[in-house]
Ligand binder design. Structure first.
Ligand code: PGA
Length: 263
């Protein structure tokens, strides 16, 4: 339907602008990977899997930017099956910190990997808010992802009140410090800066706001993790759509996007 068309176009716009940037610069292997990631949140049933076929068909084989879709857990297996032997990768939206055990309703990182996921989002603001996930909890989930061989997409972002108080850098760097495990590596860690006030509101952060925060994140990562921190991908998320994707990807230290509503 219309929503799915918009999703596909946003993903395409994201990847096209990322590809263009990559081909312009002569990127060293240690540079952050470019990635367009779609977060379907609690949306999608098996009838929506056909969108993946469209995405796969539209993926250029030589594309510089990776493509990832994070469907709800119920669709992971089927999505992974559909995208097998294609460049499209499939991620989950959350995991439990333990590998197995008496945790009714939860899913471990090992189970997600078994279902075909390569990535898992941890600490999305909707989980921090709806489920009270703290930085400590998010760090445990990121550790679980690494233990299972998944790449963790660790989300951080300030609220509107925090930004109005001028505390955005302090809030984001403190979340980052608390949410990342020691020894995090670039091949298993992606950071998503998602200001809470920009998620699902249609009001994306400006390129200047994004440049400020992504610069602060990059410098915190480099200080803590050295070369690994310099090579971690930094995604922006929050109301990314076809109309603003290109200007957001042109921002320094933006390596891609996490796209909700428009994915
Ligand atoms: P949005 O969501 O693109 O709908 O703003 C982004 C996200 O929550 O990852």
């Amino acid at each position: 339907g219309g929503a799915m068309d918009t999703r596909r176009r946003a993903c395409e716009a994201a990847r096209t602008s990322l590809d263009r940037r990559k081909s312009m610069s002569n990127v060293a292997p240690s540079s952050p990977e470019k990635l367009a990631a779609g977060n379907w949140k609690m949306n999608g049933t098996s009838a929506d899997l056909s969108i993946l076929e469209t995405i796969i068909r539209d993926l250029a084989p030589e594309a510089g930017a990776g493509a990832l879709i994070c469907p709800p857990a119920t669709l992971l297996s089927a999505a992974a099956h559909l995208s097998k032997a294609t460049p499209l990768r499939i991620g989950a939206q959350n995991c439990h910190e333990a590998a197995t055990g008496a945790h009714t309703g939860d899913i471990s990182a090992e189970m997600l990997r078994d279902a075909g996921a390569t990535h898992v989002i941890v600490g999305h603001s909707e989980r921090r808010t709806d489920h009270g996930e703290t930085d400590d909890a998010v760090r445990a989930k990121a550790e679980a992802a690494q233990r299972a061989g998944l790449t963790a997409i660790v989300c951080v972002g300030e609220t509107e009140d925090e930004r109005e108080a001028g505390r955005q850098i302090e809030v984001v760097t403190s979340q980052l410090a608390g949410s990342l495990p020691d020894g995090a590596t670039a091949d298993r860690t992606i950071i998503a800066y998602e200001p809470v006030w920009a998620i699902g509101t249609g009001k994306a952060a400006t390129p200047a706001d994004i440049a400020e925060i992504h610069g602060a994140i990059r410098s915190a990562l480099s200080t803590r993790f050295g070369a690994q921190g310099s090579a971690m991908s930094l995604l922006y998320g929050g109301s990314v759509k076809p109309a603003n994707a290109a200007e957001i990807f042109a921002v320094e230290n933006v390596d891609g996007a996490l796209i909700g509503g428009a994915s």
